[in-house]
Design a binder for this molecule. Sequence first.
Ligand SMILES: *Cc1c(COP(=O)(O)O)cnc(C)c1O
Length: 397
Amino acid sequence: MFKKNRKEFSYETELLNQGAYINLPATNPETAPIYLTTAYNVEDLDDLQDRYDQKGFCYNRNRNPNRTALIELITYLEKGDNSIICSSGMAAISTAVLSIVKSGDHILSDQTLYGETIDIFSKILSDFGVSVTYVDFTKLDDVKAALQKNTKVLYTETVANPMITVVDIDAIAAVAHSCGATLIVDNTFMTSIGIRPLEHGADMVVNSLTKFANGHSDAVCGSITGKRELIDKAYNLQVLIGSSADAFTAWLVQRGMRTMSLRLEKQMANAAKLAQALEKSPYVLKVNYPGLPNHPQHKLANRLFNNGFGGMLSIVLPDDKDKINAFMRRLNLAHYAMTLGGYRTTLSHPIMSSHYDVPEEQRKKMGITLGLLRISVGIENADDLVQDFLQALEVYA
Ligand SMILES: *Cc1c(COP(=O)(O)O)cnc(C)c1O
């Protein structure tokens, strides 16, 4: 590539060219380097054709080695044919949905969703002639009754945010396929350690890798995994709208994901212990956690999930803002943060963050009250964590 025996150019030209290529073998490093390059130099037109044929590297928006490496990992973990890596979970969700629906189509969605996903469906896609109906996906008859001739997508989360309800993916997939619709599942809360929706009949699985997958609260990233034809369509759209993640983000997320099984198993075990302890507290009105025997979908969760019941739970405290504030201030380990899935335990208040924009009537339908707090459990020592919550709850004494 670097022409030998060439004549030396002027100083400012050499400034641009010296050290442009690595001339000694640098293949197979123990950890993949970060490919911070927008483009790749090609030798000639045959080389270019080769790169097209082999889906090689030409330009960063199309392909980048760090994304390709992460694609390999997430495709394996979610058991799909192929994946694309997006600049955020929302980029993944919107790219997935936009690659399927067109004007005049209908989306049938679970009513309990991540707030911004509702915004995409209700506020953005509606302007493009796509309609949406929200029903409770735990009620299969309601789902069937809400199908329309133009229903192209059924959409749900494996564990619905923030009520931690569990959807029967196999049953919903059967409904979707009975009318030729595509089932998209957001697996952010459970991750592939907890469930692989494609093995339960989903056609596409989207993940906000920002959360449990990366787990270090330092990168925003998303993925779509699924059948080859669907991913091809999503990829073609991604290249045009530019929803791909940058190299550094893809590298960071891959690094974070290496410890996913260790973290998730600990997070799930901690969440189970915390849920049990909070359920016994006289100050907590309700604990939503699929691992508790009294959770409405406990049996279903038992059948669907591997390794535990996830690291997310929510609790209902009395609708008293001053007391909630006092409780939050008194916690030492659980920090309020508008994210989840990190190695530290975090709290969020759906009305004030993820579901701030959701109309009150829809919030009520979802069961979101002032006293509802969502907890993302970290990898702390379980006893430390339980004790911290119990001492903070003393504000209600
Ligand atoms: C955070 C989240 C998203 C959006 O992901 P970003 O990476 O923040 O864009 C989508 N779905 C769920 C369930 C989430 O928790």
